[in-house]
Design a binder for this molecule. Sequence first.
Ligand code: ZN
Length: 168
Amino acid sequence: MANIIEDIPMSNGLTSVFLEVLILSGSMLARTMEEKRLIVWLAERDQSRVGLGTVGFDLCDMPWNSETFEEDKAFLLQAVSRAKERLGWKQLGYSPNEAILFPCLDRFAERISRMDAAEIRLEIVREWLTEADAFDPVLCGFPTCPEHHTLLTIFGCYICNNEGGRGI
Ligand SMILES: [Zn+2]
């Protein structure tokens, strides 16, 4: 089984590593509500909670805000770039296989660069927030994991949840 993220096929293990490094760097870099929402949304693609091979997505599925799109796009590109500088990797209990991971991050960055505001579907963020319950971290001030300093989701901390299940 595998996941396809923006046309990039990844094994289940690679998917977890790919998301972990983005969640680590993105959580450290996110300042605005829109930036934090993007990282929490990524962290909700947690195969340990929603099932292996079920978390593929396209960039246009993410909760973009058309008013801050250019800034948010720059933020996500920075999160990818800093992930390649291993930002936050000391929180991982293992060393990701960079030869496999980095080409995927490069391709993802290329897709982000090419994304146009016309691809944003405004109903996505609205529906996502409507479905969130009152205790969802996206509605409760974006708490972080005391151990990993990563943004939490309804499933808890992505890094805590995936400890012990390394694929690459
Ligand atoms: Zn944690």
